[in-house]
Design a protein around this ligand. Structure first.
Ligand code: ZN
Length: 445
């Protein structure tokens, strides 16, 4: 099947709670939007999206004060005295070392993007190998009905239990044999819409041989009653309406993977948020929002979206986002080790080399300035040198000095008029000692 037919594929049996798309194996040659950009456009779009992830993470940190995201790419790793900047000449990218990394695929925009882009590559490789072995694939979406009254943990746990039970049933095993299903890769997702939390899973079914559309439709018709029964046993139901809503959001596997492998999509979130704030509408008026879109709305000041994001993280933490059915990895990626999320988030590029180190004091100023991506951009802009860093670090420390000792002193017990005088004296003094203007750093070179 060519990529064209894959794009033209339509969901089948849209009236049920289960939609199977016909697809082709991922085409590694297919140019994504990003690949059609010129190298300098590519760099600036990379810089913009990295900056957005750090910005989203600043808000996620505030929403999740107890979560390990609070130290992620923020605190120095245990026992370290400075922050290393490494550079990969092949990728043209700089990165940090010796910082804590949270490895949370649900909560952290920075880690999630690193994890999912590598996981998406693995799925692409697996599909290429499946293609070599003469197999085929189908993209199924499992969902259940839900209402505003349903609490997230009830739907989530019931949904996962239903999926788990389904795959152990004899009827399901018979379908596996009948249709040559060699396994599946499951991605767990949730969105928030006018009916509350919408938990769903995409199952990429892999077959020993490609199935024609009518065979896929047949499989779907046989699988649907099983899924409906499994969900029913958990007190969950499904409706026509939901089956219909899903087909709009997802196309082919390649299309899906390109979304999946990019972590937060700020452009979508920002669009929704802007429109949402402009119209002054509540989020109930919007369609389904992904957790990253909820977080983006929180960045823009939407308190309710922020609370929903925190609720989502609380209940999804510890659940696998991506799951390969037993034996599938060994079959398609026998050489590839199955790394943990934590390992993927902290992974280095093979040619990363240390360019320089940022002292802890300067790192504090960079954090206060909310400029965590600037040192990376400066190193990248000179092809991996430390050239611009000394001037930048001196500048950021002047612009964002740590609070002077007198500011940290407790003056509350003194009479207010004296406190005012003391503060003014210190402020005048600080002003005289201060650097006389911002240092201009040329980043164009
Ligand atoms: Zn993280």
């Amino acid at each position: 099947m060519s990529a064209d037919t894959a794009l033209a594929a339509t969901p089948r049996g849209g009236g049920s709670g289960l939609v199977i798309y016909t697809i082709s194996a991922a085409n590694p040659e297919a140019a994504s939007d990003e690949e059609s950009l010129s190298p300098s456009d590519k760099t600036s779009s990379y810089h913009a999206s990295r900056k957005e992830k750090y910005l989203l993470q600043e808000t996620a940190r505030k929403l999740l004060p107890e979560h390990r995201i609070n130290s992620c790419f923020w605190a120095l790793a245990r026992g370290e005295k400075d922050v290393a900047v490494v550079y990969s000449p092949a990728a043209g990218r700089a990165n940090y070392r010796r910082l804590a990394v949270c490895g949370s695929v649900w909560a952290c925009p920075i880690c999630s993007s690193r994890i999912t882009s590598q996981r998406a590559e693995e799925i692409r490789s697996a599909l290429a190998e499946l293609n070599n072995q003469g197999g085929g694939a189908g993209f199924a979406t499992f969902t259940v009905a839900h209402s505003h009254e349903d609490a997230l943990p009830k739907v989530l746990n019931g949904f996962l239990a239903a999926l788990h039970n389904l795959t152990s049933w004899r009827g399901y095993k018979e379908l596996r044999a009948e249709y040559g299903i060699i396994g599946y890769i499951r991605v767990l997702e949730v969105t928030y819409g006018r009916n509350g939390w919408h938990v769903h899973a995409h199952l990429l079914y892999l077959f020993a041989a490609p199935l024609p559309p009518e065979r896929l439709a047949e499989l779907e018709n046989k699988l649907y009653p099983l899924w409906s029964r499994a969900a029913g046993r958990q007190g969950l139901t499904m409706t026509r309406r939901y089956g219909l809503e899903i087909k709009k959001a997802y196309g082919t596997v390649e299309d899906y993977l390109s979304k999946y492998g990019h972590g937060p999509r700020w452009d979508i979130g920002a669009e929704l948020t802007k429109g949402h704030l402009k119209r002054g509408r509540t989020i109930a008026g919007l369609k389904h929002l992904t957790p990253w879109e909820l977080l983006a709305a929180a960045v823009a000041g939407d308190v309710r979206c922020g609370a929903l994001f925190a609720e989502f993280v609380e209940h999804f933490s510890g659940k696998a986002q991506l799951y390969w059915s037993p034996g599938l990895r060994a079959l398609l990626l026998p050489e590839k080790e199955d790394a943990t999320d934590q390992e993927l988030a902290a992974a280095s590029l093979p040619d990363d080399n240390e360019v320089g180190a940022i002292p802890e004091r300067s790192w504090g100023a960079i954090r206060r300035a909310k400029e965590r991506t600037v040192p990376l951009e400066l190193v990248e802009s000179t092809g991996g040198t430390w050239e611009l860093l000394p001037a930048y670090l001196a500048d950021v420390e002047l612009r964002f000095p740590s609070a002077p000792a007198w500011e940290r002193r407790d003056l509350t017990k003194l009479p207010p008029e004296i406190v005012g005088d003391i503060e003014k004296m210190h402020r005048d003094q600080a002003e005289r000692n201060r650097w006389r203007g911002p240092l201009v750093v040329d980043v164009s070179g």
